[in-house]
Design a protein around this ligand. Structure first.
Ligand SMILES: [Zn+2]
Length: 229
């Protein structure tokens, strides 16, 4: 299994600066109080739930991130009960180097599944993309308190197909876990099949799973609307 831990170790200091900057902006963009606590977890990964493109990130973060996104979506559904479709909004303004890849990843998912749609926003979204250098590579992360973000690592996105990386991490937002032992036609096998794998699309099983998750997600959101009303 590919690992970037040793390759990108020296970039750590740059990464910390980038992450601190990104999270500071995240606070402004998302209106949360997460940056201080998220930054403090840098040295204690067990407290930071994350799912990466390769097996170097924590692997237990997918459900927490998915729940955080669901919570955010449900809150909006409660405010606007007439909304029928489940739309997840993302802010990509803090990942300017990956603007086209993120847009492609959203288009890929929007053409692949029907029960949830991704849409860009310049305001506070349900999650955000950031860029920088991290020894763990790219990953999706949540602080466990309703705030999630996707981090895109410069070095990893040069070695691997960048749209596949972005689409993979976005798959975590939609509720899919890592499956590094899977074949290239699985999006969530991530870096497992190696850099030569350039498949950017979820396979039929992954599509079906996301549609299933968001059918339930919609039910959960509507249940919260009921509670709120
Ligand atoms: Zn992953």
């Amino acid at each position: 299994m590919a690992s970037f831990r040793s390759n990108t170790g020296p970039r750590r200091s740059r990464r910390l600066v980038a992450l601190a900057l990104g999270l500071g902006l995240a606070s402004a963009a998302l209106g949360t109080a997460s940056p201080a606590s998220a930054d403090s977890t840098t040295e204690t990964p067990a407290r930071t739930a994350a799912s990466g493109y390769v097996g170097t990130a924590e692997k237990d973060g997918t459900k927490a991130f998915f729940d955080a996104v669901l919570k955010s979506v449900a809150k909006r559904q409660a405010e606007q009960p007439s909304l029928k479709a489940v739309t997840v909004y993302y802010n990509a303004s803090q990942a300017p180097s990956f603007r086209s890849q993120i847009s492609s990843a959203a288009s890929i998912w929007n053409s692949s599944v029907s029960n949830v749609k991704l849409q860009a926003t310049s305001g506070s979204g349900d999650f955000a993309y950031y860029e920088g250098s991290d020894p763990r590579g790219s990953y999706a992360s949540t602080d466990g308190h309703g705030s999630g973000y996707i981090f895109l690592d410069y070095a990893q996105n040069q070695q691997y197909d960048s749209v596949r990386v972005a689409a993979h991490e976005t798959g975590h937002v939609l509720g899919l876990p890592d499956h590094y032992s899977g074949p290239c036609n699985e999006l969530m096998s991530g870096g497992g099949p190696g850099p030569s794998c350039t498949n950017r699309y979820p396979n039929s099983t992954e599509r079906a799973r996301v549609n299933q998750l968001w059918a339930n997600g919609l039910a959960k959101a509507l249940a919260q609307v009921g509670k709120a009303g």
